[in-house]
Write a protein that binds this ligand. Sequence first.
Ligand code: FAD
Length: 412
Amino acid sequence: MSDSTLHIVVVGGGQAGADCVNALRQQGFSGRLSLIGDEPRLPYRRPPLSKACLLGQGTLDSLSLRPASAYEKLDVEVRTGQSVEHLDRKARQLQLLDGSQLGYDRLVLATGSRARRWTLAGGDRRNVHYLRTAEDLERLLPDWQPGRRLVIIGGGYIGLEVAAAARQHGLDVTVVESQPRLLARVAPPLLSDFYLQLHRDHGVEFALGQGVSQLLGEPDIKAVELSDGRRLDCDLVVVGIGSIPNTGLATESGLEVNDGIVVDASMQTSDASIWAIGDCCRHFNTFYQTSLRLESVPAAQEQAKVAAAAIMGKPLPVHAVPWFWSEQYDVKLQMIGQPVAEAAQVLRGDPAGADFSLCQLQDGRVVAAATVNRAQEFVALRRLVGERLPVDATVLADPDCSLKNLLPAAVA
Ligand code: FAD
């Protein structure tokens, strides 16, 4: 599609939206291109919000994905602080918060997801925090003081990254998790145990298998009451209980939605002139041959490129095996693939030394893996999983054997 008279609008100024306008220009789109975002700033990286930013490293301005001049160079009309309120698919028109209308020929929804809120009483108090946006961080920082008592509700990645940063910053931390183990939905038990020990070694307290029955205190929350009746005194609370895809525009306009805007392998929705990418969508993943909703930077980056290629009628990049990372203390985790509960496990290295890889093996192939402070093994494992290469389990388990030996020799 090289028609320079067409107007493509991308809704959502996050990772996926910013990468999509870039990819559209790279693919040769020469028509009018608009990026509409409801946050007051240019698209920025979210991962540092729960890592470097909480350690006082890096300002919010340093998080921008690109400077304003880059969008000018790309000839992208960027509107920040402007939400799209309605989508009229028949008229191919968007209604913006300021009441103006914007027509489109092709539309990309990159509306991301939002933090799941604590809906019981007390969830809206001043010292109850979430961490999804730069504004959330700005709201949290005045409470983020050494010596304060922090209760984190939710033992997922965000909660644990906040716990790590809080301990490094000198706060007292208790993590409350309703499941009996950390990261229960997303990681194998060995990894849960590793993180539990890592955080305990840094002085984090845990209440596992415990729900929260009440947040107590007026006007600020002063204690969190657990389902067993115990009370945890606190000065602030961070809620990290997952996120919800922003599907409102899609739902109200009758697009197919099922825990995410449903799209095919080319990121196209049930409307041939609309695509959806990033956290807000559930796409047909060609690697797994099933529908998935992924919430990670690499997924947003990849989907932006796929949608741009599809819109431009170019060959589609293939879906790579999903991966992402997390940083807690001096531990860098890299996860490849979707963990499989029934897979055999091969451990390389030593969890006690925070230096290991955990591979999940099925039918002679590594189907998923986690590397902890082993970047080199991550590179090899990403290929082993992504290319579904057969492996010899005894070689895989041999700590003296480099994983490179399991890769096919490069063709000269
Ligand atoms: P978003 O980044 O959420 O962007 C969507 C944008 O659209 C938002 O600005 C939203 O306000 C806007 N929007 C929504 N509706 C409208 C509307 N109607 N009109 C206009 N604008 C709208 N991933 C990793 O891989 N590794 C990590 O270590 C990691 N750490 C993270 C730490 C934190 C604290 C958070 C919050 C996320 C982290 N992630 C991490 C996840 C990663 O940041 C997301 O998967 C990624 O940002 C998704 O990009 P996106 O563009 O789809 O959505």
